[in-house]
Design a protein around this ligand. Structure first.
Ligand code: AMP
Length: 428
């Protein structure tokens, strides 16, 4: 099925989907379903259970957790007042909602470690481009309640397992430690002092960040900023003992699990809540939007949102970017097609065809027949178009003899079957 781009004006319609949103069409859903199923399987094997939270929440939940000074909160959130005057935001990411639900439902009481995952739409008012949408989909997981490096590595290994399972090998893992509330402020001061010296030469975006979030300046995509900050001190040289030990353990476990990585001391990620481990997975198969997934540890977030001090770690990954790679590789998901198309050769057989199709369906056999009163020739064309595995033509003669010719549409072989035993035939 040919896809008509949403900006294609040759097909005048009254309503178009909103810029940056996409219809996922019936020709595309088999791939989505296949990928979602694989992701769920991996989560199940790692013993993560699904959590489904609302797509909108109180605005302050996101402002508080993601950080007032981040791009997401500062300029990308879909925020509006509802009819009661409350400020509501469409979720821009999944962690804040998962943690809100964890606290509100007291999930920590039943289990010392809650392992949850989600798959669903997220909303950010970014400039749309290839791999960047305003409604996009993420899958992600949170391990809430563990301070150990083993948990960080389980999260990273699980993310990578998903890509491996889908045959994606062209990715790279970058890791960093962003420190904690003890060592990070000291490092930020040192970095800030260095950045002040070159402030006038930095991009305006970076200049704004020097005071509030100097580590983001090191993560700038601007080439000139990168050159100017090339020799600056990195957080990895200023970690306190606890963070350094944790980071060393993460690295040694990744090596033990056979997961290649590079340390990128400039990696900070666009959300404020991370402590210690931060990681990102990128792929050269993607264009400028090359980030497939990211995550890290957030030991302070649960407390920040009103819960008990609960060390946690998680990740989030983009569905559309993953699908872009699979499509590029020509990956073909299993197609949804009828097992049998039953065609009526004449009007006398139509009722039998309908009732038999229904009977087969209720016995778990995917079946199709004609609902448009079409000629036999058109019905056969439709059977081909639907890529049915078999076709069966039934008319008055077949009903009389109780037998009909079943055609295997892929190799055109055929055989006579007893109509009474049709369900049994397909069940075997
Ligand atoms: P983030 O929550 O920003 O760390 O994003 C995690 C992952 O979600 C990224 O690595 C991307 O794969 C995906 N992602 C983030 N923003 C978008 C977007 N606007 N459109 C499509 N995918 C996105």
């Amino acid at each position: 099925m040919r896809r008509i781009p949403s900006h294609d004006n040759r097909y005048p319609v009254n309503y178009r989907s909103i810029k940056g949103t996409k219809d996922i069409l019936p020709s595309e859903t088999p791939l989505w379903q296949f990928v979602e199923q694989t992701i769920r399987e991996v989560f199940r094997q790692f013993n993560y259970k699904e959590i489904r939270t609302p797509v909108f929440e109180t605005t302050s939940l996101f402002a508080r957790s993601i950080g007032e000074l981040t791009d997401i909160v500062g300029k990308e959130m879909y925020t509006f007042q509802d009819r009661s005057g409350d400020s509501i935001t469409l979720r821009p990411e999944g962690t804040a909602s998962a943690i809100r639900a964890y606290i509100q439902n007291n999930l920590g009481e039943a289990l010392p470690l809650s392992k949850v995952y989600y798959i669903g739409p997220m909303f950010r008012q970014e400039r749309p481009q290839a791999g960047r949408l305003r409604q996009f989909h993420q899958f992600g997981a949170e391990a809430i309640g563990s301070p150990t490096a083993e948990t960080d590595v389980e999260i990273i290994a699980m993310t990578i397992e998903i890509y491996k399972r889908l045959g994606i090998t062209n990715y790279s893992l970058q890791i960093n430690s962003v420190g904690d509330e003890e060592c990070r402020p000291k490092y930020k001061e040192i970095l800030n002092a260095e950045l002040q010296k070159i402030a006038g030469q930095l991009s305006t975006e970076s200049q704004k960040r020097i005071d509030q979030n100097p580590m983001r300046v090191l993560d700038s995509k601007n080439e000139n900023d990168q050159k100017l900050t090339a020799g600056m001190p990195l957080i990895t040289d200023y970690l306190n003992e606890e963070c350094a030990t944790h980071f060393a353990k993460v690295k040694s476990l990744l090596t033990a699990y056979g997961i290649p990585y590079t340390v990128n001391g400039r990696l900070v990620r666009g959300l404020d809540y991370y402590t210690k481990t931060a990681f990102e997975i990128t792929s050269t198969e993607l264009g400028s939007q090359d980030a497939l997934a990211g995550g890290g540890r957030y030991d302070l977030l649960v407390k920040e949102l009103g819960g008990k001090q609960t060390p946690s770690v998680g990740f989030a990954a983009g569905m559309e970017r993953l699908l872009m790679i699979l499509e590029k590789k020509g990956f073909q998901p299993p197609q949804q097609r009828p097992t049998v198309f039953i065609a009526a050769a004449d009007d006398a057989a139509r009722e039998w065809v309908l009732t038999t199709t229904m009977k087969l369906r209720s016995q778990g056999i995917a079946s199709e027949c004609d609902l448009l009163a079409r000629s036999l020739k058109s019905q056969m064309k439709e059977a081909d178009r639907q890529q049915a595995e078999f076709s069966l033509v039934v008319g008055a003669t077949e009903l009389e003899s109780g037998k009909a010719l079943l055609k295997h549409l892929s190799d055109h072989s055929q055989q006579n079957i007893v109509l009474e035993a049709i369900a049994e035939f397909f069940k075997h």
